[in-house]
Design a protein around this ligand. Structure first.
Ligand SMILES: *Cc1c(COP(=O)(O)O)cnc(C)c1O
Length: 373
């Protein structure tokens, strides 16, 4: 029997092949290969999708985060509050601005930054709260924005996993001061290479990011700020415009898979992701937690089922951050999650029969005692 893929990226291309090939061909024939109308058209469409007023296309998600922080004037000596359990890029963006990431532990139910733990991490140097919508589930933006307002802090969101997610009915992308997106190929909205964007409702901030992504220049050969080169590639913009029109449908397929997992895996000896009430997850990942995670992963692999771990080493345990000297005891939840999370296959092109194969295999593992402490 063939393997159940963790994510079939090729299927996403093949479903839309005529439209994607035509869009790429249009850019190749246009003679415009940096910025231009394809990038502007995608920025417009994505801003509308997010109910933000502005979108600025950039080269990747890490740069989107970094440019958002740069535009907010985050600099050496500043502190930025980040989740302790996130992809390394969230922390790197802070460090690349010369600022210090200050980790806050997650709510153990949602796995997102716990608003109740934020205030005790705020100091006189804190400038920004950087919330992540981990696995596609919106962070608790209401309380986070309220804390930020009270302490005069800015809010940046890492929405790299949350295209199409909604918080209290409103799409993610227009809540915080700036929202950073990645269009890395495996994301819910994925390019055919690296790509990213920042959305905001702040026209001035968007202008600053436009300047900073282009060497700090608004007028050619005139540089008012120290910027970087991080522009969205028009070939990728054209591909993203095609895919954006299918994002809602593709997210609905993810939601159907998530609901099937949630009902099929009930009664198994593991912690399931929450089904949000009032919000909508983008279901970028379907991540369960259990003891003996490595044994379950090996069991599924033997059954021909590919899985992922998000993430095996938390940022504070990375050699790159050894200098910050955080102990596991200081960040017990991030440490525990790294040892217990397992992401099951999910994606718009995953067949229902494959979802049922995964459910059956996990249930057999659970009933055989593999998931007992
Ligand atoms: C993918 C991802 C990023 C980085 O995006 P790139 O485009 O790969 O630079 C940042 N944060 C999170 C949470 C991500 O999942």
């Amino acid at each position: 029997m063939r393997d159940v893929p963790f994510l079939d990226l090729r299927a996403g291309y093949l479903e839309l092949q005529p439209a994607i090939d035509a869009a790429v061909g249009r850019v190749l024939a246009s003679g415009t290969y940096i910025l231009g109308s394809e990038v502007e058209a995608f920025e417009q469409a994505f801003a509308t999708f997010c109910e933000a007023t502005q979108a600025v296309g950039v080269a990747n998600g890490l740069d989107a985060l970094r440019l958002a922080l740069m535009a907010l004037d985050v600099r050496p000596g500043d502190e930025v509050i980040v989740p302790s359990n996130t992809y390394i890029a969230t922390w790197l963006a802070v460090t690349l601005c010369g600022a210090t990431p200050v980790p806050v532990e997650p709510d153990p139910v949602t796995c997102n930054i716990d608003p109740k733990k934020i205030e005790s991490a705020i100091t006189s140097r804190t400038r920004v709260i950087l919330a992540v919508h981990l696995y596609g589930l919106p962070a608790e933006l209401g309380p986070i924005l309220e804390i930020a307002r009270r302490h005069d802090l800015r809010v940046v969101e890492d929405a790299a996993q949350a295209h199409g997610a909604r918080y209290r009915g409103q799409p993610v992308g227009g809540h915080g001061d700036a929202v950073a997106w990645s269009f890395y190929p495996s994301k819910n909205l994925g390019a055919l290479g690296d790509a990213g964007a920042v959305t905001t409702r702040d026209v001035g901030l968007a202008e600053r990011i436009r300047e900073l992504r282009n060497y700090g220049s608004r007028v050619k050969y005139v540089n008012d700020r120290i910027g970087i080169n991080s522009r969205l590639d028009p070939v990728q913009a054209a591909v993203l415009s095609v895919k954006l029109a299918h994002l809602d449908l593709w997210n609905e397929r993810r939601q159907e898979i998530a609901l099937r997992y949630l009902s099929g895996l009930q009664g198994c000896n593991l912690i399931l992701p929450v089904l949000p009430v009032g919000d909508r997850s983008a279901w970028h990942l379907f991540t369960i937690r259990c003891v003996n995670r490595d044994r379950l992963q090996a069991w599924l692999s033997a059954d021909g089922i590919q899985t992922g771990i998000h993430y095996p080493i938390p940022p504070h345990r990375q050699k790159a951050y050894a200098g910050l000297q955080f102990s596991d005891a200081a960040l017990p939840l991030a440490t525990q999650m790294a040892g217990t999370t397992l992401s099951l296959p999910i994606g718009p092109h995953l067949a229902q029969a494959d979802v049922d194969r995964v459910i059956a295999s996990v249930c057999r593992a659970s009933h055989s005692g593999l998931l007992d402490a």
